[in-house]
Design a protein around this ligand. Sequence first.
Ligand code: MTE
Ligand code: MO
Length: 444
Amino acid sequence: MNEKTSQKDLETLSNDKSLNESNRRDFFKKTAAFSMTALAGTSLLSATDALADDPAIMHHVPWGQKLGDPVTKNRYGIPSAYEHNNIRRNTKLLASGNFQASIAVCPLHESEGIITPNGLFFSRSHGGTAHIDPNMFRLMIHGLVEKDIVLTLDQLKRYPRVTRTHFIECPANGGQEWRGPQFNSLQFAKGFMSSAEWTGVYIKTILEDLGLKPDARWMLAEGSDNSEMGRTIPIDKVLDDAMLVWGQNGEALRPEQGYPVRLLVPGWEGNLCVKWLKRLEFASEPFYCKEETAKYTALKKTGKAIQHFYANEVNSTVVSPSPEKPWTDLKDGDLIEIEGLAWSGMGTITGVDLSFDGGRNYVTAHLKGLVLPKSWTRWSYMHTYKKGEVLLLTSRAMDDAGYIQPTVDEETEILGVEGVYHRNGVETWEVTAEGEVNHVQIRS
Ligand SMILES: Nc1nc2c(c(=O)[nH]1)N[C@H]1C(S)=C(S)[C@@H](COP(=O)(O)O)O[C@H]1N2
Ligand SMILES: [Mo]
């Protein structure tokens, strides 16, 4: 079909009003049948009649009147220009002095499903993003192993690979909000995390090959970036499910995620997932005495601190509505889907409750799609909107380790408000009479 004939055919089609109208009637008939069976008579879109004279359906649309771009235009595809607002964001408030040692938060309000596109993955680095030539990559594995080794990337990739879906969450996610809401934004309040399908090798597989000495109790992982970040991880976790990963959502890791290889410690604090990895050392003692290593502690109300604080506890948030996705366009009687995410670094999400009154009463939400261990789990609840209603939307998740998210009071009773890390008390969005959504904190 050449340009002329296709154009002519399309013109004939779009000028034939009767054809268009009968197509539309068919469409509405089908839609009506769907909503009656699936939604038992309630109206999903009370405003469907607004489509009747819509020029976008009545007239020949501009993008159909000429040939589109050749498929070779973007050899590496990019999102539609209309999606330009779906971006990572930064603020001076979160930058430690400059935008190299900084954080770029994930646009969770635009997230779909349980995977973050690589270009939107939350990024935290203490010394900026390093760009490493994969030919220059070396990984040294030494200490309490039978055989010390220095691997190239190709050698590392010869180990049998596994692919797993896990989130990475900075333990400071929500850490600004101990005393109350700081950000009227889902992206800034909860966006210190993202999720991907990671490909790499279990460290236990490498250790079976090299031989781990029986007195090895700790593993130090060190990065080659400007911050040379080092973290110490107990051997039980290393031998359970820690991985060295080079694949992120079906392609190589992004530079911001530690290209070419990072450590992945599923479910545990994001800072342990050392990026731009260069060294693993096994030892009988933890490495805290060494200057280059650090660990995050949590100061309790009693003045004592929790020293070993690794897994990210069960957590959840409402994604839609949110301050960025308000309900200002809804009409009375509209059926609307409330969606959210739940996650736990200790296991698999077993359920999510949703409250409309700030946590006094709860209904059961429905878990959608894949429900995987140490992964984001998407949940949903269908709600009939009443114009002018004022709601306090609070979600509460549970995991198969037996934990349930605490109330804000339960959490601060134990941990006080001086800390930064491991906040997992329930989060609340206030929906105003106008459908605006605000971040609030409910204390009893
Ligand atoms: N080498 C190195 N690894 C690092 C960091 C770093 O600054 N340097 N930041 C850590 C922190 S604090 C977090 S929360 C995670 C963030 O991973 P991401 O940037 O892929 O989201 O990486 C961790 N790994
Ligand atoms: Mo972090």
